[in-house]
Design a protein around this ligand. Structure first.
Ligand code: SF4
Length: 385
């Protein structure tokens, strides 16, 4: 089943738990962990925890018990991604650069690999924004390292991801002053996390909700829905609307890009958003077969969009190749509903209202798409790399 779920074709998962145990045991290393949105929707399935019990706060408790020094929630950097990618989209859209083809999201490594091999001439339409995993790694090794007064080499970054392909994505380089290294040092999948919990004999019923660390603590509902197909687009539209209009849309104004099933519209959800005389045509698609069908339609001129989200796994990251596997059962859309529930009940549902992200800009990056943001939070996608 992993084979069908893993768009990278990685038949065996590269186990990185040993590296993480070693880093935790190394007194020279400061181990800094991030937990992706989709992990919270699935990790409790094999531990007998109900959806309500399996919170991200308890995963934070797990990592503190395992010995991590700092634990963060990737929904923080999902909000940061929206600030960068939403701003980039509006710049490219208003400059006329997207007249012929849409801008494509860039946070799914399975999709990046696919477009590079199958549609190399479209690579230039990918957003240059790094994924939330990579952005957080870069922020940890620069801004956070400076806050702690240590060099980036001392920081060992670990991400907990629903995704096998994130293990290759993490090899992306980071250049910062004299430091040349990786944004992220190790990726453990949700399944590897479960193995670590068992190896450490942590009894799930004893876990308590804990808050993530400061100063990158806040995450919004918009950041949480990154884990479900359509979530990146919906979060981006909430902020793009605000950037154009100067006021928030209703938080659920773009729910047309959500998907509730595999075969619905061949996995494509569309939404058109209008602000005064500006019309933006968007689509979100999951599953690479569906993505191929959509791109072929765009190439034949049968469909026009300005902004397209693609997720390689059907249902998005909640159905990722690193999540628990239940033979014959497909839980991606059920897990997605869990993330939408968390968004609905979040205090803040707009990425641009994340106060810790705002502070990061004030103290470090200045503004979205600044020179420093481009150096640390963006990448150049090459056709053949
Ligand atoms: Fe990984 Fe998510 Fe892309 Fe699947 S959809 S390959 S889990 S990033």
């Amino acid at each position: 089943q992993c084979i069908t779920h893993c768009p990278t074709g990685a038949l065996t998962e590269r186990d990185e738990t040993e590296k993480v145990w070693n880093a935790i045991a190394d007194p020279e290393k400061i181990v800094v962990v991030q937990i992706a949105p989709a992990v919270r929707a699935a990790w409790g399935e094999e531990l007998g925890l109900s959806r309500e019990e399996a919170t991200v706060g308890k995963i934070i408790d797990v990592w503190r018990r395992l010995g991590a020094d700092y634990v963060f929630d990737t929904s923080f950097s999902a909000d940061l991604t929206i600030m960068e990618e939403g701003t980039e989209f509006l710049q490219r859209f208003t400059s006329g650069e997207l007249k012929d083809r849409p801008m494509f999201t860039s946070c799914c490594p399975g999709w990046i690999r696919f477009i590079k091999s199958q549609y190399p001439h479209l690579v230039k339409y990918l957003s240059s924004a790094k994924s939330p995993q990579q952005m957080f790694g870069a922020v940890m090794k620069t801004y956070f390292a400076e806050k702690l007064g240590v060099s980036p080499e001392k920081i060992y970054t670990v991400s907990v991801m629903p995704c096998v392909a994130k293990k290759s994505e993490r090899e992306m380089d980071l250049y910062h002053g004299e430091y040349v290294g990786h944004d992220v040092d190790a990726v453990v999948t949700t399944r590897e996390l479960l193995r670590m919990i068992r190896a450490a004999h942590i009894e799930p019923s004893t876990l308590m909700d804990q808050e993530s660390d400061r100063p990158m603590q806040e995450g919004t509902g918009a950041g949480v829905i990154f884990g479900a197909t359509g979530g990146v687009m919906e979060a981006a539209l909430r902020t793009a609307y605000y950037l154009l209009k100067g006021e928030n849309p209703p938080a659920d104004a773009f729910q047309a890009v959500r998907s509730t099933g595999f075969n619905e519209h061949q996995g494509v959800q569309e939404a058109v958003f209008q602000v005064d005389d500006v019309t933006v045509r968007t689509a979100a698609v999951s599953g690479l077969g569906n993505a191929r069908a959509l791109i072929d339609k765009i190439e034949r001129g049968e469909a026009q969009y300005d902004f397209v989200e693609v997720m390689a796994c059907p249902g998005g990251c909640v159905g990722g190749g690193g999540q628990p596997i239940h033979d014959g059962e497909e839980l991606a859309f059920e897990r997605g509903k869990n993330l939408y529930y968390l968004d609905k009940n979040a205090d803040i549902r707009y990425s641009h209202e994340n106060q810790d992200v705002q502070k990061l800009y004030e103290e470090y990056f200045e503004k979205p798409n600044s020179h420093k943001s481009h150096m640390l939070l963006h990448t150049e996608h090459m056709k053949n790399k």
